[in-house]
Design a protein around this ligand. Structure first.
Ligand code: AQP
Length: 334
């Protein structure tokens, strides 16, 4: 089977964008591939973080993976910092990656702008760490949301550069991975602004629906979300980004086709559509929340999942790291 690698940062609540853009795609794909899903806690400190919440957030993401339907027969779940090869490979890749490749990353520019003088070198290096994550496992595919597309292209460029400098065409060190970005759900937009993406770092919690939001809060957020005053509901009208986003959410969460949703909703007003969307969201999230709450209290079980994941991941990662060091000309370790 070909291999998949992807991950989510333990930086606060996961929202519908993380779920529809990434995790639900992993669940749909998992039987077809050999999967590695990582809690990317090294990435989580590229922006200011609170050491007091990192452990709980790490458990929470692992529990959410399981609650959303990742199964341990097809998939391995592990914590990035538990496999030291990630930190080691990032250094080696740092030294072969031109600085200007990083400086043009859109996400870096946007986040650096928000942080001003406090922006860390780690934030600049974020995509190289992501490249290390993927390349260590010889992943063929990386299922991510649309916002990670540019980082994936960088990973491919780094791998190709390394291969051409330090290995042969017949026996390349790195596999060049492909992104897997789904047609719908790859870019879920904010509830407060249909032109910006739903995001953990938006200062307003009303801009997103978190996977663990209780039903009354989901009703409240959808009731207050931004809409417009045009009559009827429609997809794909550039002047109505909120309408398009909310209809897309309804389509994805209800499992109906776009055609059926259009038929059902085209003559509705917001007063009728919003409670429908809220109820559909609650119906989709309730089983995930119930499973999550039963898993998160069992730290003994979660530790055993993550320990097993670490052992499996480490074996593969260390093998790749040895190959990389050998090709760079390092003296083998004793
Ligand atoms: N709005 C989104 N729509 C679709 N997919 C999304 N992803 C994130 N936002 C959306 C995908 O979720 C996965 C996990 O990404 P991450 O842990 O790197 O997420 P993040 O960057 O911490 O989350 P946000 O919300 O994107 O945070 P901000 O905007 O604050 O940086 C990835 O596959 C990502 O594409």
């Amino acid at each position: 089977k070909q291999r998949i690698l992807s991950g989510v940062q333990p930086t606060g609540n996961l929202h519908l964008g993380n779920y529809l853009g990434a995790i639900s795609n992993w669940v749909d794909l998992q039987q077809k591939y050999e999967n590695f899903f990582c809690v990317v806690d090294l990435h989580a400190i590229t922006i200011p973080h609170d050491p007091k919440t990192l452990i709980e957030d790490t458990y929470s993401i692992a529990a959410l993976y399981l609650a959303c339907g990742i199964n341990l027969k097809d998939s391995t779940i592990f914590v990035q910092s538990h496999v030291s090869a990630h930190s080691e490979l990032v250094w080696l890749l740092n030294c072969i990656t031109p600085l200007n490749w990083l400086e043009r990353m859109i996400q870096f520019k946007e986040k650096a702008l928000k942080q001003g003088e406090n922006v860390s070198v780690g934030l600049l290096n974020y995509p190289i760490l992501m490249a290390a994550d993927i390349l260590l496992y010889n992943a063929s595919y990386v299922p991510v949301g649309e916002d990670q597309k540019q980082h994936l292209e960088l990973t491919r460029d780094i791998a190709a550069r390394f291969n051409s400098k330090f290995s042969t065409l017949e026996n390349p060190v790195f596999k060049i991975p492909e992104p897997l970005i789904r047609d719908s759900g790859a870019r879920v937009m904010s509830l407060s602004d249909g032109r910006s993406k739903m995001s953990k770092s938006d200062s307003s919690d009303l801009s997103r629906i978190n996977l663990l939001d209780p039903p009354d809060l989901i009703h409240k957020k959808i009731k207050r979300c931004k809409t417009d005053s045009a009559k009827g509901l429609e997809f794909d009208n550039n002047d109505r980004p909120e309408c398009n986003n909310l209809l897309n959410l309804y389509t994805l969460l209800s499992g109906k086709t776009k055609q059926d949703v259009l038929q059902e909703c085209r003559d509705m007003g917001w007063g009728q559509f919003k409670p429908l969307l809220a109820d559909t969201t609650i119906e989709a999230l309730t089983p995930i929340q119930e499973k999550y709450h039963s898993i998160i209290t069992d730290k003994y079980y979660l530790d055993s999942v993550l320990k097993e994941g670490k052992d499996k991941a480490e074996t593969i990662a260390n093998e790749t790291l040895s190959k990389v060091k050998h090709s760079l000309g390092y003296l083998c370790s004793f």
